[in-house]
Design a protein around this ligand. Structure first.
Ligand code: PMT
Length: 402
């Protein structure tokens, strides 16, 4: 049974094109067994009709403090409505509404209810790409988070303007999953935060060339998805990849080089409970990066290299509570090398994959791994889909915290 069953939900709809999706959202919430009270801002009437929403929610929809034609002095009491709700969803939340919420501006019924609410408030922003990345929107979202509101991240894709990028309101199904996960305390990684690295790093030589490797990012993305499905909040730091992920609990941070990955990992490390380092990080980077494209003027071309920081080892050196899982990609003396990495990087567990095993390693949909714990116990696994390997890895984190 959904955790939404029997819940009283106040759905606030504001004036953006994504408002058309709220008809589907109301249907899904009703199907999950929730009772819905829809509140619309005047601007939202341009995008979806109150009649549609009152039909689907089986209740009158409110927009104003006073209803038209009501001469009896009754009004839509914002305080009572706020107290009635077990929680509030504001979807879509336009840039304008986010700004009002962040600054306590109370010029419509929905904002009066918001300011009166004592219950959890979920906010699903939706706007065009440039509005979404504007510093003021970013600041307003951060302010709302600091007030304890729960942001349901906007999704990537084609926007109504024709631009492609982040800013779409989360799909109704994803909003339901997000809220379900939020209240579902039975998920084993609920309340845990996990940092995952994925993909290759690109080490620039000049403006058009780089040193990279064959990592597709799939292994790391699969681990991120599995961890989020089990309730963890995930920070996924990824090098260049074609992989896509869409889960409200996953925050993707894209980087290019090992140094950038190092900085992001250290920014988040203190706040996380576990780390899974699936990225194939370049061990060296060109000493000098040319400002202009290098011309082929000589028969030989030598690149001097500097050693990159070992990100995982640097995290291992300062770890306190964190459960640290590393990967080892080997081509010879696999177990010996993996054991050395456990010690050198102060790991709790290493996932060894060898390029000598058919179907293992880079770019493939499968992997064959051996788990080695810090006491050097070996657990060889069969060849599996990377999604299945991800389940096994996430289970190790769950077992650790059980
Ligand atoms: O992305 P896919 O195509 O799905 O392929 C998955 C994978 C083969 C890349 C993945 O399963 C894998 O093995 N990742 C680690 C590859 C690697 O760089 O291994 P390593 O033995 O060189 O490094 C050991 C560990 O230290 C790794 O966890 C690595 O992320 C980390 N490391 C390495 C170097 C460095 N400078 N900083 C690091 O943090």
């Amino acid at each position: 049974m959904s955790v939404l069953s029997g819940k009283k939900i106040l759905l606030g709809i504001t004036g953006g094109i994504a408002a058309y999706k709220t008809a589907a959202l109301v249907r899904l919430l009703i199907k999950a067994g929730a009772e819905i009270q829809v509140i619309m801002t005047p601007a939202s009437h341009q995008f979806v009709t109150p009649f549609t929403l009152s039909t689907l929610s089986k209740k009158p929809v409110y927009t104003k403090f006073f209803n038209a034609g009501d001469e009896g002095g009754t009004w839509n009491n914002h305080v009572d409505l706020a107290l009635w709700a077990d929680f509030i969803i504001i979807a879509p939340a336009t840039a304008n509404t986010l700004a009002k919420m962040a600054n306590g501006i109370c010029d419509n019924l929905l904002m009066a209810i918001y300011l009166s609410a004592k219950c959890p408030v979920f906010v699903a922003p939706a706007m065009d790409l440039d509005m979404y990345v504007h510093p003021s929107t970013d600041r307003n979202i951060n302010l709302l988070t600091s007030y304890g509101n729960i942001i349901i991240p906007a999704e990537e894709g084609e926007l109504a303007s024709g631009l492609v990028g982040k800013g779409r309101m989360a799909e109704p199904e994803h909003i339901l999953d997000f809220i379900d996960d939020y209240f579902n305390t039975s998920l084993p990684l609920k309340g845990k935060k996990i940092l995952i690295t994925a993909g290759p790093t690109y080490e620039p030589i000049d403006p058009v060339r780089f040193i990279g490797n064959h990592s597709s990012g799939k292994m790391g993305f699969d681990i991120a998805m599995e961890a989020a499905k089990r309730g963890a909040e995930v920070v996924l730091v990824s090098g260049p990849t074609n992989q896509k992920i869409c889960h409200p609990l996953v925050k993707v941070i894209s980087i290019l080089s090992a140094k950038e990955m190092y900085t992001v990992c250290h920014d988040y490390f203190e706040s996380v409970d576990a780390v899974v380092a699936a990225a194939a990080v370049a061990d060296y980077r060109p000493k000098h990066v040319a400002d202009q494209k290098i011309k082929k003027n000589s028969e030989e071309f030598v690149i001097e290299m500097d050693k990159n920081p070992d990100i995982l080892a640097s995290l291992g050196a300062i770890k306190k509570k964190q459960f640290l899982i590393g990967f080892a990609l080997e081509t010879q003396n696999e177990v010996e090398h993996a054991k050395q990495k456990i010690v050198k990087k102060n790991l709790d567990l290493i996932v060894l994959n060898s390029l000598n095993d058919k179907g293992a390693g880079f770019g493939k949909p499968t992997n064959k791994v051996t788990f080695i714990d810090k006491d050097f116990n070996l657990e060889p696994m069969e060849l599996k889909l990377k999604e299945e390997v991800a389940i096994d890895i996430v289970q190790k984190i769950i077992d650790h915290y059980a």
